[in-house]
Design a protein around this ligand. Structure first.
Ligand code: AHM
Ligand code: MG
Length: 344
């Protein structure tokens, strides 16, 4: 069988998609090279001094791990010189990362989570890099883009995807023409098409949620989770529970097998509810991918793709996966008078 590299696949799709230009291919190629460098470092973890913490705390108030920092630096360093971006944002950086005036720049905006699931790094569990790409609005202001130009409605994404560093390294991405998966063949250093036109089963058999938060959920959320634990659901028997605690890995498994990943809003110490996952670099790209694969993504009620972020590191509740399963949650939430979903 002829093996199609990710670059060949991109070139074939360029002909079909008016937004896909040589510059866009360049952007994806830089992302791919960055992911290969990250993958190389991840597979060496344990042999070289890349495990553990740097001693710093990031904008989210979390301790930064050495591999988090490595992945973030690789992406920023490579992409800011790509000549095709005007701004970047990373889960690890508080503010926008501007592409300075003395470097060539373009119209694309890249938002990424350099190493998602980083609490799993030190124990050899799958982690990933998530990316989301927008175009700068046409009537742009002079100079570097403002935050308002970056915070676009999620359905304005022109591409989204992830790299998963697991038993093999894979890239899964969409430009709005379906979802395609490529596996890195380490012997030739290329991502080869292994999962063309991925579709998520309409209903699944797996639910993924951190149930230790049960007592901090509202009753509608508890009912939604119970739906998958008992037999009164589309499957007619309890779903299997699988939770890795690495969004990319949990999402990827559910994309292939069918099911739902949930990170509901939790009640904090002040009594208010909020999600944990970040809208721009986690929920929005996964929502774009899952919808392109025939699935659904909501905050419990509202479609994630219709959100317009109000801040760079905004958090949202996330329910993502098979169409019927996410729909079932929505019905339960609406019936149960869910009060944990923030207004859009
Ligand atoms: P991170 O981006 O700091 O790694 O945090 C996001 C991760 C997700 O990958 C995962 O789904 C979630 O946090 C797990 O959180 P929890 O430990 O609260 O279940
Ligand atoms: Mg993350």
């Amino acid at each position: 069988m002829r093996q199609v590299t990710v670059t060949e696949h991109l070139l074939q799709h360029q002909k079909k998609s008016p937004m896909a230009t040589g510059r866009f291919t360049l952007l994806l190629n830089e992302l791919i090279l960055s992911a290969k460098l990250i993958s190389r470092e991840v597979t060496k973890a344990g042999l070289v001094d890349v495990l553990g913490f740097t001693g710093e705390t990031n904008v989210q108030g979390e301790k930064v791990r050495k591999l988090d920092e490595f992945a973030n630096n690789v992406l920023i360093h490579r992409l800011r010189r790509s000549g095709v971006l005007c701004a970047m944002a990373s889960e690890e950086n508080g503010d926008l990362i501007q592409v300075s005036g003395d470097l060539p720049h373009g119209d694309y905006i890249l938002i990424f989570d350099p190493l998602d699931g980083s609490s799993n790094i030190d124990v050899n569990v799958s982690i990933g890099t998530i990316f989301s790409i927008y175009r700068r609005p046409l009537h742009k202001s002079p100079g570097a883009p403002s935050l308002a130009e970056v915070l676009q409605r999620c359905d304005k994404q022109v591409a989204a995807g992830y790299f998963i560093y697991g038993s093999s390294t894979m890239m899964v991405y969409t430009t709005g023409n379906g979802v395609h998966g490529f596996t890195l063949d380490p012997s030739v250093g290329e991502f080869l098409l292994s999962h063309p036109d991925m579709k998520i089963p309409e209903s699944g058999r797996i639910y993924s949620v951190n149930e230790s938060y049960w007592n901090s959920w509202d009753t509608a959320t508890q009912s939604a989770v119970t739906h998958f634990r008992n037999a009164k659901n589309a499957r007619g028997k309890p779903y299997s529970s699988r939770y890795i605690g690495s969004l990319v890995a949990d999402f990827h498994r559910n994309l292939l097998y069918g099911g739902i990943f949930m990170y509901p809003a939790r009640r904090g110490e002040d009594g208010s509810y909020s999600g944990k996952l970040r809208l721009t670099c986690e929920a929005a790209p996964m929502a774009f991918i899952v919808e392109q694969a025939g699935g659904m993504a909501t905050d419990g009620v509202n479609r994630i793709m219709e959100y317009t972020p109000t801040e760079l590191h905004q958090r949202v509740p996330l329910f993502v996966g098979s169409l019927e399963d996410v729909r079932a949650v929505r019905e339960i939430m609406l019936r149960g008078g869910c009060d944990t979903v923030p207004g859009r």
